[in-house]
Write a protein that binds this ligand. Structure first.
Ligand code: AMP
Ligand code: MG
Length: 654
């Protein structure tokens, strides 16, 4: 089949070889004939993954850092020991008999009034809750060190999981891998990644007049600019271009080049030889390549009318119009989306800006017209200046900032008309939804569901209070929080400002965590376990930071006691679990999934409520509504359960 069905609506019947259809009809036919979805996937070593598209989500298999580590060269000590240190009355600490280097596990506990020398990156020893820089200490002539100022607990320590928390989704499928992402995956111990196969795209120019750039130009010849343009644009859209140069308008030569390209590649892009003319053999050869053959030949576009779209044995074959501007527009409008889909890349979201045209722009009725514009600031915002030099121009594209589309049914854009300008270089995609606040592993289930709907979610973990402040400033859509008002025994709701409402999230069981088999805790309830811990002076706890909901629970258990380890105050459940699992402490309070991840025993205590504050006024915004719907979605709720949490009853907050 070399032409579209005679029954299809034609707009320009005078075209001898073309059966012109609308842009929308052309896209529909092309899509119907194309194989859906991306090509397969393959596994590549991390170091070779730059530029590739992830085919699966990647989760962290461990906490990063994997242990509490020193952030400075100096001494690991107990902050309480030096709380009274001054220049006039320095405190002396004895040195323990080991020096902790990077890569050496500590063997000695830091007992009161002692310190252990430690290098940046070394694991913090049991008993210590701060690391003081060597520059802030003086050697004591009698051995040991002198400290002339106090230090806050936690200072100089990077807590386990402070960078990446175990189980956290590091990257989602569809993400494009670059050096910064490779660094993160390497730190999490990931050596290979599953990526989409890259479509191999043959790029072939046709025309007796074409000479490759860099070679000498013959009389009457021009340089092949479409070939290099398409080659680069294929790579920009996730394909692997196979640049085949130009072939002459010779039937046998072209047929053999085309057949070879079709056999060896996943897609073939030709340019020129598609409009009516004696030498235009390209589309006839394309039609013979395989079924179903040519599905569109002629689209009501300006520029770009002679576009030819075919599918041969499951592989897309395209003949772009010869004129460079036409080739460029039709490539981006029709071909780039197909390459992206084959490569597993999301649709390109072109950046758009509002502008006005200051002069009337005439347009042909019946064809969707693309007009390239330069943008300049005017008295009332941006002004779009048409820069069209005709479809034979190559400079217009390179110099324009964007383009305006004039509808097929309009005969002009009047002077002063407001227009939407699609920016040519695209713009960094702003997230659809911003979440700032306390991070919880369960959030992965909700964000994962939104990502599958194509929503881009940006999540910034800053803690409950930081999130509420960001929401108040209008910087995010949701602020996840878990704050207990101890006076009322109520979670979250007392902390909302005017205009904020709460979407219920889920409950997290908190409890005492300890190493399995520790006889001080096994078989006891939480109260009895903590009583046993307090009775043993060798038993070391790990606390939580001031302001954490869990800290209030711990203070309730301790009833005023300040056992050893009280000043070790990491900021996350994972860091608490890591400290206990690694023997830095013997017990602490964390949520059940963290205990489970570190193989710890767990004595349940109370449920913490993790909810989402948002602005009531934003409830109907599409992305906000999608998030609220995801919270109520049964699949998301069972994913939350699988992660170890209990979804809260859904009520419509307000
Ligand atoms: P055609 O479709 O072969 O009639 O070509 C239409 C116009 O595009 C002619 O002026 C060609 O010289 C020009 N053209 C075709 N191919 C290329 C190319 N690869 N690079 C630059 N111009 C081209
Ligand atoms: Mg030609």
């Amino acid at each position: 089949m070399s032409r579209v069905e005679p029954s299809s609506p034609t707009i320009h019947t005078q075209d001898q070889f073309l059966s012109v259809v609308t842009r929308e009809k052309a896209i529909a036919r092309w899509d119907a004939a194309l194989p859906p979805g991306p090509l397969g996937e393959e596994t590549v070593p991390l170091a070779a993954a730059a530029g590739r598209v992830l085919s699966r989500d990647v989760a962290a298999l461990l906490d990063v850092p994997p242990f509490d580590r020193a952030l400075v060269d100096g001494f690991a000590l107990r902050a309480a020991d030096i709380s009274g240190a001054t220049a006039a009355a320095p405190v002396r600490l004895a040195l323990n008999g080991e020096r902790i280097q990077c890569g050496t596990a500590p063997t000695l506990t830091v007992a009161p009034d002692t310190a252990t020398e430690i290098a940046t990156g070394g694991p913090v020893p049991r008993g210590a809750d701060a690391v003081v820089m060597i520059e802030h200490t003086d050697p004591d002539p009698s051995g040991g060190i002198l400290l002339r100022r106090p230090v806050g607990p936690g200072q100089g320590i990077g807590f386990a999981g402070g960078d990446i928390a175990l189980g956290e989704t590091l990257l989602r499928q569809g993400a494009v891998i670059g050096s910064r992402k490779i660094s993160m995956l390497a730190a999490a111990g990931i050596g290979t990644v599953s990526v989409r196969k890259r479509p191999k795209v043959a790029v072939l120019s046709t025309g007796d007049e074409l000479v490759q750039p860099g070679e000498a130009l013959r009389p009457a010849a021009i340089y092949d600019s479409n070939g290099p343009m398409v080659t680069a644009a294929v790579a920009e859209n996730g394909g692997e271009a196979v640049a085949l140069g130009a072939v002459r308008d010779d039937e046998a030569e072209l047929a053999s080049a085309l057949e070879k390209a079709h056999a060896e590649c996943d897609m073939v892009i030709l340019s020129a030889g598609t409009s009516k003319g004696a030498g235009d053999i390209t589309y006839r050869l394309v039609a013979r390549l395989g079924a179903p053959g040519v599905v569109v030949h002629g689209v009501a576009l300006k520029p770009g009318k002679p576009l030819c779209l075919a599918v041969a044995d499951g592989k897309p074959v395209v003949v772009l119009p010869g004129f460079p501007t036409s080739a460029m527009f039709t490539f981006h409008d029709f071909v780039a989306p197909v390459i992206r889909r084959m490569a597993g890349l999301p649709e390109r979201r072109e950046g758009q800006v509002e502008a006005v045209v200051q002069v009337r722009v005439p347009s042909e009725l019946g064809r969707a017209e693309f007009v390239m514009v330069s943008l300049l600031p005017g008295p009332e915002g941006l002004v779009a200046h048409p820069v069209g030099k005709g479809s034979g121009s190559v400079t217009a594209f390179a110099q324009a900032d964007g383009y305006v589309r004039i509808d097929a049914l309009a005969d002009s854009l009047p002077a002063g008309a407001p227009v939407r300008v699609t920016l040519l270089e695209g713009a960094a995609r702003a997230p659809d939804l911003a979440i700032i606040g306390s991070h919880c592993l369960g959030l992965e289930a909700v964000i994962g569901a939104l990502a599958r709907q194509g929503l881009a979610v940006r999540c910034v973990p800053v803690g409950s209070m930081g999130g509420l402040a960001a929401l108040k400033r209008g910087e995010c859509d949701f602020a996840p929080l878990h704050l207990l008002d101890p006076a009322r025994g109520v979670y979250n709701e007392p902390f909302l400002s005017e205009g904020m409402v709460l979407a219920p999230g889920w409950r997290r069981m908190q409890g005492v965590v300890y190493r399995p088999g520790d006889a001080r805790f096994a078989g006891k309830d939480a109260g009895a376990a903590v009583t046993a811990a307090l009775a043993d002076p060798g038993c070391l706890m790990v606390n939580r930071n001031q302001g954490a909901g869990t800290r209030i629970v711990i203070d309730g258990l301790l009833r005023g006691a300040r056992p050893d380890g009280y000043w070790n105050q990491p900021r996350s459940h994972n860091a608490v679990a890591a400290a206990v699992a690694q023997g830095r402490a013997d017990w602490g309070v964390a949520v059940e999934p963290a205990a489970r991840a570190y193989g710890l025993a767990f004595i349940p205590l109370t449920e913490e409520h993790y909810d989402f504050a948002f602005a009531e006024a934003a409830r109907d915004r599409a992305a906000v509504a999608a998030f609220l719907a995801a919270l109520a979605n049964p699949d998301v709720r069972s994913a939350i359960v699988a992660l170890g949490f209990t979804p809260s009853p859904t009520v419509t907050g307000g």
